[in-house]
Design a binder for this molecule. Structure first.
Ligand code: VGL
Ligand code: ZN
Length: 206
């Protein structure tokens, strides 16, 4: 099929919801709307794709794995600057599971990211070195998908990085902000909304 569409739901996992290790304020509020969007997308013949942040316990993005480091410190990695996070979304843990309310069974594809110890992956397309692919681009190409709607957590990290990479790869990308929530670290939300606008991404329901 040519010019098919996909709904991509980013990281709607327990650790990014209230009570989780890296909780995004009101992260779980988006779930009823995301469920509705998944249902509508399926009825319309669109692909539904979920991403899942999926880190080993010794992941380099965890402050715990660095000496004298605190969560939210910035450090230099071989691929550039990296925020250090509280330990979150450890492979197989309850925190890494999709939120119970999310109708995750309706997904065509679950793409996991951040599973290599030495490198983080915010984007659903490329790891933070901006060159190691996750395989999502190949999947979308094989299905003839050119239009993407993105929703999920967090607006200013994994959603924005995924949307920006999608636009760079030539996809027609929309982000529905009613179904996103942000971390907002040192102005990151405003900066990423600006970057997305500049990249020609449609920001819906702002
Ligand atoms: C995310 C920080 C670390 C996200 C994932 O899903 O936005 N943020 N890992
Ligand atoms: Zn992560």
């Amino acid at each position: 099929m040519k010019n098919a569409k996909a709904l991509i739901c980013i990281d709607i996992q327990n650790d990014f919801c209230p009570g989780g290790a890296l909780a995004v304020a009101q992260g779980d509020d988006i779930i009823p709307l995301v469920n509705q969007m998944m249902h509508t997308a399926k009825s319309d013949g669109q692909a539904v794709i979920l991403t899942q942040d999926w880190h080993p316990d010794n992941h380099a993005s965890f402050a715990d794995n660095h000496e004298n480091a605190q969560p939210f410190d910035m450090v230099e990695m071989s691929y550039g600057g990296q925020v250090l996070w509280p330990k979150h979304c450890v492979q197989g843990s309850q925190g890494a599971a999709f939120h119970d309310m999310l109708h995750s069974d309706s997904a065509d594809l679950v793409i996991r990211k951040g599973f290599r110890k030495e490198i983080d992956s915010y984007s659903a397309f490329f790891e933070n070195d901006q060159s190691t692919p996750t395989g999502l681009h190949g999947y979308l190409q094989e299905r003839g998908i050119t239009k993407l709607t993105m929703v999920g957590l967090a607006t200013d990290f994994c959603v924005a990085f995924s949307a920006l990479d999608g636009a760079k790869l030539g996809y027609d990308v929309s982000v529905d902000l009613a179904a996103c929530r942000a971390i907002d670290l040192d102005g990151s939300l405003a900066a990423q909304l600006d970057a997305m606008r500049t990249a020609g991404i449609s920001l819906i329901n702002q």
